[in-house]
Design a protein around this ligand. Structure first.
Ligand SMILES: Nc1ncnc2c1ncn2[C@@H]1O[C@H](COP(=O)(O)OP(=O)(O)OP(=O)(O)O)[C@@H](O)[C@H]1O
Length: 233
């Protein structure tokens, strides 16, 4: 599915009560099947952009169109279902369910998608991220890097049409970083899945033919001191 952000503005209220514009993006888009690395300084709004693209965060104005469908027009429950069925998301904080094992987390992710839960695929993906011997461990029994790999397996297992990944290799060692990246890129290429991946690592970014620096298309980077009323164009 293609991803099109048009005239997106998003501001947050700071602890002093002022509004701070985080995103002011006239246009940003990915074609179906395209793979893009998104880079930018800490706090510049990369996660906010992914959350807006996923329909988790509602922009103050502008439109998000995913696979030709304008998700910003959807009611929240409809958008939640659309995301569950078609968008994979490797969260920076993983968002694994603590009461469930690695395998159950992946199966649960699948059960929210339009695909039937496929235990064989779940086990295969956990094996491919190097966790074949950790299937029945709960998140608290896994290292941070292992939890991150469960999160990658969960996002891929639902065979999404758009995959958003927030620094998916930030907590793993070099060989695992390469294996995870290759798995994500290959799976996306084979299934024509659009991939938008946030990274801080030039080594990771260099493996993408298209690398976008948030500051180059986000006007908020230079206009955060401009007065701004929330929700007003
Ligand atoms: N709920 C919120 N309320 C207020 N401010 C927020 C909120 N969420 C994020 N921010 C602010 O928005 C800015 C962008 O945050 P975001 O998490 O998108 O950055 P990032 O580029 O992903 O950073 P990092 O690389 O450190 O993960 C930050 O300055 C942060 O303080």
């Amino acid at each position: 599915m293609s991803l099109i952000l048009n005239q997106i503005r998003k501001a947050y209220v700071t602890p002093t009560g002022a509004a701070q514009v985080i995103l002011d993006i006239p246009a940003f888009s990915l074609d179906q099947g395209e793979q893009v690395a998104l880079v930018g300084t800490s706090g510049s709004g990369k996660t906010t952009l992914l959350n807006v693209a996923a329909g988790i965060t509602t922009p103050d104005s502008g439109t998000v169109t995913v696979g030709g469908v304008e998700i910003t027009r959807m009611l929240e429950p409809v958008r939640d279902r659309f995301r569950s069925e078609r968008i994979g998301y490797v969260f920076q904080t993983f968002n694994l369910l603590g009461a469930f094992t690695a395998l159950e987390n992946v199966l649960l992710g699948m059960s929210f998608s339009s695909q039937p839960a496929n235990r064989h695929l779940a086990i295969e993906l956990l094996g491919r991220v190097g966790l074949g011997d950790r299937l029945h461990y709960r998140p608290s029994q896994l290292s941070v890097g292992q939890q991150q790999r469960v999160s990658v397996a969960r996002a891929l297992a639902k065979t999404p049409r758009l995959l958003l990944a927030d620094e998916p290799t930030a907590n793993v060692d070099g060989p695992n970083q390469q294996a995870i990246l290759e798995l994500m890129q290959t799976t996306c290429r084979e299934n024509n899945v659009t991939l938008l991946l946030v990274t801080h690592t030039s080594e990771v970014a260099s493996q993408f033919s298209r690398v976008e620096r948030l500051a180059s298309f986000n006007q908020a980077a230079t206009s955060t001191s401009t007065p701004y009323s929330m929700g007003v164009n």
